[in-house]
Design a binder for this molecule. Structure first.
Ligand code: AMP
Ligand code: ZN
Length: 460
């Protein structure tokens, strides 16, 4: 079955057709690095990782770009309030650059722990100020901008269908935008492209520009960097569902105004939220959140249990977090690992019937809950252990549950036998024979470490 994905822009499940034959351009909005990523944020990054792995499984090459928001995201999410990073810098008594670097590194550790494939390009907003200024200059030349006392703004009334991504009536977007009152805006939905540094306080992150010293607005970085790295027309753009009405709507408006062409992006995909109990929002800004460290690493639970837990719910459905989820996901994951260990280490052939079913599941708008059910059925089937292992490893290219690592932990029988022989030789103080066995084992790619009365075999 051909790959179908749900496109927020058309509100339909569509067959995926790349712009270029085999290379897919994928842009996923990255973290604002003023705090740890919470497991809600990471649910979105896991969904995006699944999307990328499904594209790879379908034999596409993927060029994946992710930004790091290290400046310009204000506490009000719109154009009011303090810069989230500068605010945290004062709180933690570190420089804004140190804050951004620290949380970027923590974010990358989360990705590694969750077996999320790194993007080909990580790009920081602060490394691309020139590109953002150039984009604003062109928008200015084309008549899309105006100046207020605190910055340069994008005039949303100048674009023909500002609300097209959200499918909302313009009035309801305007209503949402009125939360932050800024009397100088011509339309409530207008947004800042460039903000001037405040007159009374010195910012750490600020740059000279044709309009005065200041910093870029939150949305312009994604438009500038995606166009820089993926061109003016690319395939897929993703984020969490909260980005539809504001961040992505604004990215879209300014990018198409800038290029003068439509569409800028062919497919928009959004992951639903992970909430706390009773729909309570998990939010970095309020500190009301759980992390991979607090819920998994500190409790000695493999973080891949979290990855597995998210597979129970389709990415477009909201998920509610509870301790019971951790317990049942941990049991489910441990059972899978134990079962896979019984398959041994010999790899047979991928079962084509199960592969077709799995392929149909994942190609149906990433139906991972169904793909997991197919996988569970396969491992309980009467296929040979060798074929089950081959099929498991193949499916794990998409699932990313670390099943390939289990295989490495299993020491093949012939190596175990050689190690026992060597151990016997050592007990008999036959050092020459013992050394010969050690060499033989090494030639086969394993190493022996002697313990008191025992030994340990590891893969080299
Ligand atoms: P941020 O670092 O706050 O800019 O958000 C990073 C990503 O996480 C964005 O794609 C958001 O849409 C997404 N996100 C934020 N909160 C949640 C949540 N509770 N569940 C799922 N995704 C979320
Ligand atoms: Zn973005």
């Amino acid at each position: 079955m051909a790959l179908k994905i749900y496109n927020t822009l058309t509100r339909e499940k569509e067959e995926f057709k790349p712009i270029n034959d085999k290379e897919v351009g994928l842009y996923t909005c990255g973290p604002t690095v003023y705090n740890y990523a919470h497991i809600g944020n990471l649910r979105t990054y896991i969904f995006e990782d699944i999307l990328k792995r499904v594209l790879l499984y379908n034999d596409y090459n993927v060029k994946h770009v992710m930004n790091i928001t290290d400046v310009g995201h204000l506490t009000g999410d719109r154009d009011m309030g303090e810069d989230k990073i500068e605010k945290e810098s004062a709180k933690e008594n570190k420089s804004a650059y140190e804050i951004a670097e620290f949380y970027t590194n923590k974010f990358k550790e989360d990705l590694t722990n969750l077996n999320i494939i790194y993007p080909d390009i990580f790009c920081k907003a602060t490394d691309n100020i020139k590109e953002q200024i150039e984009m604003i200059q062109k928008l200015e030349k084309k008549g899309y901008t105006y100046k207020t006392s605190d910055g340069i703004y994008f005039n949303t009334s100048k674009v023909s269908n500002y609300a097209k991504l959200s499918h909302q009536k313009l009035e309801s977007l305007l209503e949402g935008a009125r939360i932050e009152i800024n009397n100088e805006k011509e339309n409530a939905t207008d947004f800042a492209l460039w903000k001037f540094s405040p007159k009374d306080t010195k910012r750490q992150m600020e740059w000279d520009s044709p309009w005065g010293i200041g910093f870029p607005g939150w949305h312009i970085e994604c438009s500038a960097m995606s166009i820089k790295y993926l061109s003016e027309h690319f395939d897929i753009h993703c984020g969490g569902i909260d980005f539809i009405n504001l961040h992505h709507t604004n990215e879209l408006a300014q990018s198409e105004a800038y290029t003068g062409k439509m569409p800028w992006v062919n497919y928009w995909m959004h992951g639903a939220f992970l909430n706390l109990k009773d729909g309570e929002r998990m939010a970095k800004s309020t500190g009301n959140f759980l992390t991979v460290k607090s819920e998994f690493i500190d409790k000695d639970i493999n973080p891949l249990v979290y990855r597995f837990a998210t597979f129970a719910v389709h990415y477009r459905k909201q998920m509610e977090w509870s301790n019971e989820i951790i317990i049942s996901a941990k049991n489910g994951y441990d059972n899978l690992i134990n079962k896979i260990k019984t398959f041994g280490t010999d790899i047979g052939s991928i079962d084509q019937e199960y592969k077709t079913r799995f392929n149909n599941d994942i190609n149906d708008d990433l139906n991972i809950p169904k793909a997991i059910a197919t996988f569970q059925e396969m491992i309980k089937s009467n296929l040979t252990n060798e074929d089950k292992l081959a099929t498991t490893l193949d499916f794990d290219k998409v699932l990313g549950l670390g099943f390939d690592l289990i295989k490495e932990d299993i020491i093949p029988n012939d190596i175990e036998k050689l190690a026992e022989e060597r151990h016997l030789a050592r007990i008999n103080k036959d050092w020459q024979k013992s050394d010969e066995y050690r060499q033989k084992i090494k030639d086969l790619g394993y190493e022996i470490n002697d313990l008191d009365n025992d030994y340990k075999i590891t893969k080299i």
